[in-house]
Ligand binder design. Structure first.
Ligand code: FES
Length: 263
């Protein structure tokens, strides 16, 4: 589907340069989606070396728009940072599976970096947002995630806390939180860079928490065809139809139970 850009709002700077963007596109025809699912996006008219599309977690789909967050780190995403109102992008999706939605279960959302995107969607989907608790960690300057400025457009009623202490303190805090949620048979959901997910996975397994991880990986096709996103998975995933302990993140994920993946 070709969708028009409504706006592309920067929010977060390093060395005077904007790093994070909230890309708002016109509403797609599909309305059924789950937080954790993603879309593949390719701006129209990219040069040949940028032909490959990029995967982006769905932040929100509303009657007015489709919102995606992205971090301008590589050549493709830096180019995406220049998208402006009226530009056109090619979007296909929603793809992959989503996070478990258990309205009566206390749910802890742990976001690392731009991994916050699916949890914004979660707050829109979840019928009882007061049961949700969100924490996120980053090593960016304090002006990242200025929710005050994007709340109105994008955020629901999430309860969130910024984590601005050092990494060790943040891990200690996550450890405590995960233990709390494990004790009440809650759900722990995490999205972020692989080292962040590996930490959450370790803590969740230690505490016996029910935990799902949304993996970040490079993708080329997004539909299970190119095998460019294969990851190692446990035997019980093999039993459920995934070949030889290896699964495509785009097709069998990006959300996996913590005990199923090797990070
Ligand atoms: Fe092609 Fe997953 S991106 S198989």
């Amino acid at each position: 589907t070709v969708l028009k850009v409504l706006d592309n709002v920067p929010f977060g700077q390093v060395a005077g340069e904007h790093l994070f963007f909230a890309l708002r596109l016109e509403r797609p025809e599909w309305t059924n989606w789950l937080p954790g699912q993603f879309v593949m996006v390719r701006p129209s008219g990219w040069a040949l070396d940028m032909l490959w599309a990029r995967p982006f977690s769905i932040c929100r789909v509303s009657p007015r728009d489709l919102v995606l967050f992205f971090q301008a780190v590589g050549r493709g995403t830096r180019r995406m940072a220049t998208l402006k109102s009226g530009d056109e992008v090619l979007v296909w999706g929603p793809l992959g599976n989503g996070f478990a939605m258990e309205p009566d279960t206390p749910t802890l959302m742990l976001a690392g970096g731009i991994g916050i995107a699916p949890f914004v969607g979660y707050t829109h989907h979840h019928p009882k947002p007061w049961n949700l608790h969100m924490e996120f960690g980053h090593r960016m300057p304090l002006n990242c995630y200025p929710f005050e400025s994007i709340n109105e457009k994008i955020m629901g009623d999430a309860h969130h806390e910024t984590s601005r202490e050092d990494l060790a303190a943040f891990i200690e805090r996550m450890d405590k939180r995960i233990a709390e949620y494990a004790a009440q048979d809650g759900l722990v959901l995490a999205c972020g860079p692989t080292p962040f997910l590996a930490t959450v996975q370790k803590l969740a397994l230690q505490h016996g928490a029910r935990c799902q991880l949304s993996l970040e990986t490079r993708m080329a096709c997004g539909v299970g065809a190119c095998l460019g996103c294969v990851t190692k998975v446990s035997d019980d995933m093999t039993a459920s139809g995934v070949a030889a302990g290896r699964a495509q993140v785009c097709e069998h994920g990006p959300v996996f139970w913590a005990h199923q993946v090797t990070l």
